[in-house]
Design a protein around this ligand. Structure first.
Ligand SMILES: Cc1ncc(COP(=O)(O)O)c(C=O)c1O
Length: 425
């Protein structure tokens, strides 16, 4: 029970809960060490951020070195090597599909930047009627007001509903609805007021690891691009190897104009977000005109410690060992998927790269507030595994350093969960 005098207010958690938060004292690689010798395998990379595991010594060392050199400097009128190196490193690993990198603080703020950049792209050209955004149903892009507006409206956003701006929502594409989705998109584009189309490429994370095919998404991007509308790929979750390639957009033929990255960018050490844009955007902002300036920034923009962490993380990602682990985890997940595919207690088993997910199949409809959620969460914790089900959706998204034995243990706990719960639900 969280006591009334406990001073901290936790995110996405009722203020009064039956369970006190678990105190973690240290962490190493895939293991979280709690008080009284209890330990947990972190099978979700702690909110999808720790791609190289916890307390990675190389990232830790680079942050320490940077802290002794330059901890922070105002980023308007000043610059520093860690930020420039990171921008160059990101542009290079993305094969120069993008031209400039704008820094912010986290996933929500890099999405806010993308929305504002896309809207101002039009006003900078004297076009003032392009003000609508198209997004996918069930999208999640963050918790700031713009990010909430372009996401699924639900219990999370209900208190703010009246203040969120109007967005056109279309279903994510699948083989069986593709023509219908294209038709919806066509009629929205025809209205002539669409500024941008934003999507989580291949995997819609927070709404339950809903997956779609690159070729279907490509068709939508092509339609939108034909009308000159700005495409924004939100790779806050899918970026940095999650989907089996370094970025989900590498599966696409059509390159978006704007890319949002955060989460894995610093390997989970420090908060950082970046919004990359293509030359098409740069061309419209490249001016000394004060009215065409992008007036956005945060106090900690391009914080040197965060940039140093990100540079180290990017270097680790590029190493053969890490790339091989991404393939190993993907192959392992594929075998696990085959194994549970026909179990009647699971449905919609799906996988993209290092993410495997499925719905627990009960009489109750799938939902974030499904009654099995808390029980499933505690069952896994009691077995020493941190999995944080999204309602009745269970998924694994481990740090890339997870060992074969650890991964086998996680699959084993899920097998046990399926056996135990199928008898009761
Ligand atoms: C696709 C996507 N975009 C944006 C966000 C928001 O990121 P943050 O929680 O760092 O604000 C998330 C968070 O889960 C996300 O999955």
């Amino acid at each position: 029970m969280t006591e009334p005098d406990y001073p901290v207010w936790h995110p996405f958690t009722a203020m009064k809960t039956p369970d006190a938060p678990i105190q973690i004292e240290r962490a190493k690689d895939c293991t979280l060490y709690a008080a009284q010798g209890k330990k947990y395998i972190d099978a979700i990379s702690s909110w999808w951020v720790n791609i190289h595991g916890h307390a990675n010594p190389i990232i830790a060392q680079r942050i320490a070195e940077q802290a002794n050199q330059l901890e922070h400097v105002i980023f308007a009128g000043f610059t520093h090597t860690p930020a420039v190196d990171l921008a160059n490193g990101l542009l290079k690993i993305l094969n120069h599909r993008f031209t400039k990198v704008f820094f912010s603080d986290d996933g929500s703020t890099c999405v806010e930047v993308a929305i504002k950049m896309a809207l101002q792209f039009w006003t900078n050209q004297g076009i003032h009627n392009k003000i609508k955004i198209i997004a996918f149903e069930n999208a999640y892009h963050g918790d700031t007001f713009g990010a909430m507006s372009i996401g699924e409206r639900n219990t999370f956003t209900a208190a703010f509903q009246k203040l969120l701006f109007d967005v056109h929502f279309i279903p994510a594409p699948h083989a069986d609805n593709l023509e219908e989705v294209k038709e919806q998109l066509r009629s929205l584009i025809k209205k002539g007021d669409v500024a941008a189309f934003i999507f989580e490429p291949l995997v819609q994370g927070a709404s339950g690891m809903r997956m779609h095919q690159a070729e279907h998404l490509d068709e939508l991007i092509a339609m939108v691009h034909q009308e000159g509308i700005i495409c924004i790929a939100d790779e806050v979750m899918t970026g940095f190897g999650r989907t089996g390639k370094n970025f989900a957009i590498e599966y696409l033929l059509n390159t978006p104009d704007i890319l949002c990255l955060s989460k894995g960018i610093t390997g989970g050490f420090l908060p950082l977000g970046v919004t990359l844009c293509s030359q098409k955007i740069v061309d419209v902002f490249y001016s000394q005109d004060k009215d065409k300036t992008f007036y956005h920034g945060h106090s900690y923009t391009a914080n040197p410690l965060a940039c140093a962490a990100a540079n180290a993380s990017l270097q680790l990602l590029a190493e053969e060992k890490c790339q091989q682990q991404i393939q190993n985890i993907s192959a392992s997940h594929a075998r696990f998927k085959e194994k549970i595919l026909n179990n009647p207690f699971v449905k919609e088993v799906r996988q993209t790269g290092t993410i495997v997910a499925f719905d627990l199949h009960t009489k109750e409809n799938s939902s974030y507030f499904h009654s099995i959620r808390d029980e499933a969460y505690h069952f896994c914790l009691n077995q020493g595994v941190l999995l944080r089900p999204l309602g009745n959706v269970l998924y694994i998204m481990p740090p890339y350093c997870i060992t074969e034995e650890e991964l086998a243990y996680v699959y084993g706990v899920i097998d046990k969960l399926i056996k135990t719960f199928s008898a009761r639900y």
